[in-house]
Ligand binder design. Structure first.
Ligand SMILES: [Cu+2]
Length: 110
């Protein structure tokens, strides 16, 4: 007669070997950080079309962005509305946006 406890032990051991392996999460975070560093470094040329101080927004005609956005005219939120005090229509700028399309760097250009 076979010993039923032997079969149960083997089954439990096999199930233990099938434990899931979760290791991909950390690498994704590293890549995300690298993307941010690249985006922060790259300033894009733009031309101010409209200044919305109360809304904290700047409408900009811009060339292609590092994020892959093609050139267009659009309104961006600005990280610090105080920056808009020195902006006016027709002002040339250099700027960078974050992944939420907020302008996080803004400087006047000649
Ligand atoms: Cu755009």
């Amino acid at each position: 007669m076979k010993n039923p406890f032997t079969l149960i032990t083997v089954a439990a051991f096999a199930a233990g070997l099938a434990a899931p392996v979760l290791a991909a999460d950390k690498m994704e975070h590293m890549d995300h950080g690298a993307m941010h560093a690249a985006a922060d470094a790259a300033l894009t040329d733009g031309l101010v079309k409209k200044v919305d101080k109360s809304g904290g927004k700047l409408t900009v005609s811009h060339g292609p962005l590092p994020s892959g956005m093609p050139g267009m005219t659009m309104a961006f939120r600005v990280k610090d509305a105080v920056w808009l005090d020195s902006m006016k229509e027709g002002q040339k700028i250099r700027f960078a946006i974050d992944d939420k399309m907020t302008i996080v760097r803004l400087e006047a250009a000649k």
